[in-house]
Design a binder for this molecule. Sequence first.
Ligand code: GDP
Length: 305
Amino acid sequence: ANSYEEGLTKTRSSFSEKFKMLMANFRAVDEDFFEELEETLIAADVGFEMALKISNELQDEVRLKNASSKKDVQNTIIEKLVNVYDQAGNGENNEMLFAEAGQPSVFLFVGVNGVGKTTTIGKMASFYKKQGKKVLLAAADTFRAGATEQLVEWAHRDQVDVVTGKEKSDPASVVFDGVKKSIDGHYDILFVDTAGRLQNNDNLMRELEKMKKIITRQLPNAPQEVLLVLDATTGQNALQQARLFKDSTDVTGLVLTKLDGTAKGGIVLAIRQELHLPVKWVGLGEKVDDLEPFNADEFVYGLFK
Ligand code: GDP
């Protein structure tokens, strides 16, 4: 699997490259340094106010600790960023939620077109298949031409089963069939791919609620996860999408894709700070192994390696 370190350093303009530059330019704990830190955080899309806040608090902490060496300063920054992430949460962890033994777990994937929903399902299905889970996919994005074929391709690659419907057919019926098959066939996990765009947002949200009801009717405790997939390269736009989806449906966690080669990875902190949703996975490339369970420590350490 791809490590954070590899994934985050794929391009020169990447998120981690900026932090490495910051530390490479380090001379002393002075105004210049903190100004550069602020700029780095803002460029990473942490958000303007939060960048100032982090930088100010770090100045105090560095002074308090009497940190002056590059290594001490770097460690203080790492600690700070991990703390910012942890404290913005509700004490939840990043682990995936599963159904009780003997029942299929249902993971519903939501998000706008092109963020990487289908790809993430393909990667995650492989991840769990390797753990010995019996995995089923449901192609409930019947709106986008080619979406079903794309998921079927992943199913073949992963050698897992997939439920499909005709193009433009009712996605709810694909969901129904998927849930039924997952129960009858004793599957461990059902992954449901959904459409990212209908005529309008109201319509999209209504469709998602309908799907959830269809799932719940057959499996009262499902879906165990409603994962909102966001494209990290879109920065503040991703934050906007997170607001919209969180307001209209019960999102349980986030998948942040395309963190490879983006300088905007700070959006992890911005979204966390505002919406308190746990990031559960990050996408670090287009290949099957380019998906990692999110871990705030590893993520932040990876920035400076
Ligand atoms: P969907 O419309 O949300 O289902 O999005 P897709 O799964 O079709 O992905 C859209 C594009 O993003 C595809 O070209 C994917 O290969 C690409 N993609 C998805 N995840 C990642 C990632 O983590 N890194 C990179 N570099 N590309 C990704």
